[in-house]
Design a protein around this ligand. Sequence first.
Ligand code: F6P
Length: 550
Amino acid sequence: MTGIGYEVPDTPAWRALAAHHRVVRGLHMRALFAQDPGRFERFSRRVEELLFDFSKHRITGETLELLLALAREADVEGWRARLFSGERVNLTEGRAAFHMALRNLSGRPMHVDGEDVMPRVRAVLRRMRAFVEAVRAGDWRGHTGRAITDVVNIGIGGSDLGPRMACEALRPYGRGGPRVRFVANVDGADLADTLADLDPETTLFVVASKTFSTQETLTNARSARAWLVERLGTEAAVARHFVAVSTHRERVAAFGIDPDNMFEFWDWVGGRYSMWSAIGLPIALRIGWEGFEALLAGAHAVDEHFRTAPLADNVPVLMALLGVWYRNLFGAATHAVLPYAERLRRLPAYLQQLEMESNGKRVDRAGRVVGWHTCPVVWGEPGTNGQHAFFQLLHQGTELVPCDFILPVEGHEPELAHHQRILVANCLAQAEALMRGRTEAEARAELEAEGLSGEALERLLPHKVFPGNRPSSLIVVPRLTPRTLGMIVALYEHKVFVQSVLWGTNAFDQWGVELGKRLAGAILAEAEAGQVAAGHDSSTSALIRHCLLR
Ligand code: F6P
C-alpha cells in the first residue's frame, strides 16, 4: 500500500519504492534544486540531437535507483530483447510487435518466425517510393490524363492519426507535393466537407485499413468511390484514383481496388504503430521520399538507443518510470502532453491512441485483474494556447498533472524569429513556474510592491499563492524536422512498451474496442428492420426508437 488508497504490486522493488515515496513525497523541488547545483546535469540525457530534461521531477538520486530497480525486477531488459527478437509479445493475438523492422536502416536482418522480414519491408518501400515519385512528378495520371493535385486518406485510428499528425507537423517540407487531406469519421460531414472543393479528375484516394473491414473506413471509401464514378462517368476511373494500404489483399480486391494498387503491411505491425509502414504513404506523398526516409531514420536512431543504452541512460525507460512514479505512487490520473509547436497540435491525439489503446488495460498478460492503476488519461494542447485555457488548473488546481513539454528550439519562419523566442521563453517559464510556484512570502512582497496592504492584501493573498512542486519533463529538439519527429514518436512508442512491462499488461492488443462495435451492428440491424429487439435496457430501447425509428 502507498498510504493513499492505491495498491502497488506486492514485490520487493515496488514495496521499497512505496516506502521511499512516503519519505520523499513532501520534499519540494525548489529545495532539491537549491541543494544540488548539478541537478540538471544529473537528471538530463541526450539521444543524439534530442535533449531530455527530467530534473523538474519529484525525485532524488535514491528515487531513480529504486525506479531502476523496479525496471530490473520487471525484467525490462529481457522484454526488450524479446521485442527486438520478433517474439510473439502480443500473446492474445499470437503476434510479434515488430514496427522497428519498418525503419531498420542498419542492414541487419530482423526475424519473425525464422523469416528475415527485411527483404519484404524493403520491397514495399521500393514500390512506395516509385509510386510517390510518379505522383509527385505528375507521371501518375488520373483517368482523364491530368496529374494528381490532392490526396485524400480514408482511414481511422492508427490508419489516420499518425499520417495526419505527421503531415501537419511537417508542413514546411511539403513543397512540390500534392495537398493531403484526411477523412476518418463516419459522420458524413467529414467526407462531404473534404470533397466539397475537390476536383475528381485530380484527386487520389488512399484507402488505409489494416483489416480492410472497419465500418467507418469502408463506408467512407464506398461513398468516395460513388462520388468519383458519378462525376467521371465510369467505373474504370477507380483504377487511377484509388489505392489501398492493408494487410488483407482479398478484401482489397473484393472492394474493387486492383491488388496491384495495394501497398502491403503485415500483422506484426500494430495499427497504432503503423505510420512507418505503407500507412505512411500520405506522409511520403506530402513531403517526398527523402523526407519520409529521414522520419524513419529518426525513429531508427531511437530504436538503437532504446535497444542498447543502459537503463539509467535510456530515455524511453526513464519516461516510463517517471510515468509510473506519478501514476502508481502519487495517484496522478492524467498526463498532459504540451507541444510548444503549433504544427504538433495533433500529437496529443496521436499519443492518446498510442498510450491509451495500448495500456488502458485491466488485466495482466495472464488474464488476472490487476490491483494497481495502469495507463493514465493522456491529453494536451499546444502552448501557448493552453496557457490561456487550462493551465490555471495545472498551477493551482487540486489535481497533480505531470506534464511533457515538447519544444523545437528553432522555427521555420526566419522572418518571424521573434515569435519563436517568445514561444520558447513561455515554454521554459511554464516549466519553471510549475516547479517553483510562488510562496506566501513572495506573494505578499509582490502585493506590497503593488501598493496593497491591510485587509485588501490579506483577502487577495491566498489566491496569489502557487504551491509549485508540479512535475514536468522537457523534450527539446533543435527543430521540428522529419528526423526529430521520428525520434519523438519512437520515444513514446518504447515508453509505452516499458510501461506495459512494469504494469504487466499486453500493450499490443485492444479488445476493449470490440463490444461497442458489436452493439452498433445490432442496433443498425434493428433500425433497418424497423423494430427494437428484446434485451436492451429501457434507456437504450427508448433512444433507438427516438433516434432511429422515426
Ligand atoms: O477500433 C480500433 C482499431 O482497431 C484500432 O486499433 C485501429 O488503429 C483502427 O481500429 C483502424 O483499424 P483498421 O486499420 O483495420 O481499419
